[in-house]
Design a protein around this ligand. Structure first.
Ligand SMILES: *Cc1c(COP(=O)(O)O)cnc(C)c1O
Length: 293
């Protein structure tokens, strides 16, 4: 099960980062327009497992702007699975959910209270349906972690620092594990997009193959998940206009902001090579377009 994608590492010429640090992006945003970035990484081994188990129906969960829902819907259509999703909150229409519907996903809106009991949602709605394969919220789990290891095995160059954003931490765990397995001398930096991101350490550590050191940055959430500030919006505009590369407002922009902030504080050494994983998720911007006008 593959999507055609030639792993691209691209040096980014964006002066504000620093004169003496080289910054590159791993362009996982180019994997697929809808099954983008780390969402494909996290789905891949789940889909392989679902197929092995002869499951025909992917069931998952998410918020109304979830990149994971859109990726699951598009992947389901491409690889011949039915898809259903429990969406948190009242029935809604937005560009992401409408794309999910377009790809054939059956959306079931549930109250915030009901959403908390995920196992019950599945058993109440799909009891005795042994065609169902459940994907955890945000795609979290061992299959996801395994898929994210490939971000590192594909790299053609060596880097002193690798930065990646974290929501559930599964992508982070895959990267950290593979850096260790490949015996790279790279420092892995994980940037939390959630307020109170210290909890991520527990989540990431659940998926680590052994105890491995990494840096968790918890001060770049800009008020919390999917929250933003004019400074971040301007940062996105400036970067996009100078490079022609879009970064999303929820994840990658905050991660890049962290890199720039650390560079401005002389965190890096001269000639350090820094890599940011562009984890995709560009449709996130559709939920905030009004802020960009
Ligand atoms: C979902 C997502 C993440 C977070 O991945 P986790 O494995 O949940 O930590 C990072 N970047 C983008 C663009 C995403 O859509």
């Amino acid at each position: 099960m593959e999507l055609k994608f030639n792993s691209i590492e691209e040096e980014i010429n964006y002066p504000p980062i620093s004169d003496f640090v080289s910054l590159s992006f791993k362009r996982d945003d180019l994997i697929h327009p809808f099954i983008s970035g780390n969402k494909w990484r996290k789905l891949k081994f789940n889909l392989i497992k679902a197929r092995e188990l002869n499951k025909k129906h992917l069931v998952t969960y998410g918020g109304a702007y979830s990149n994971h829902l859109l990726a699951s819907a598009a992947a389901g259509a491409k690889f011949n699975f039915k898809t259903s999703a429990f969406v948190r909150g009242e029935e809604a229409n937005n560009p992401i959910l409408n794309l999910c519907r377009l790809f054939g996903m059956n959306l079931i809106f549930v109250s915030r209270e009901d959403y908390k009991n995920k196992a019950k949602l599945v058993s109440n709605n799909f009891n005795d349906n042994n065609e169902v394969y459940v994907l955890e919220e945000g795609g979290f789990g061992f299959e996801a972690e395994k898929g994210c290891r490939e971000i590192i095995t594909e790299l053609k160059n060596n880097y002193d620092h690798i930065f990646c954003s974290a929501g559930t931490g599964a992508t982070a765990a895959g990267i950290i594990n593979q850096v260790s397995l490949s015996q790279l001398k790279t420092t892995v930096h994980i940037v939390s997009l959630l307020k109170g991101g210290e909890f991520l350490k527990t989540e990431i550590d659940k998926l680590l193959i052994h105890k491995i050191e990494y840096q968790l940055h918890t001060d770049y959430h800009f008020g919390g998940y999917a929250k933003t500030k004019p400074e971040l919006i301007n940062f996105i505009k400036d970067f996009t206009q100078q490079t022609g590369i879009l970064i999303d407002p929820v994840y990658t922009s905050k991660t890049l902001f962290a890199i720039q902030d650390l560079a401005s504080k002389n965190y890096f050494k001269k000639n350090d090579k820094v890599l940011m994983i562009h984890t995709g998720g560009l449709f996130g911007i559709l939920g905030m377009m009004d802020k960009f006008i």
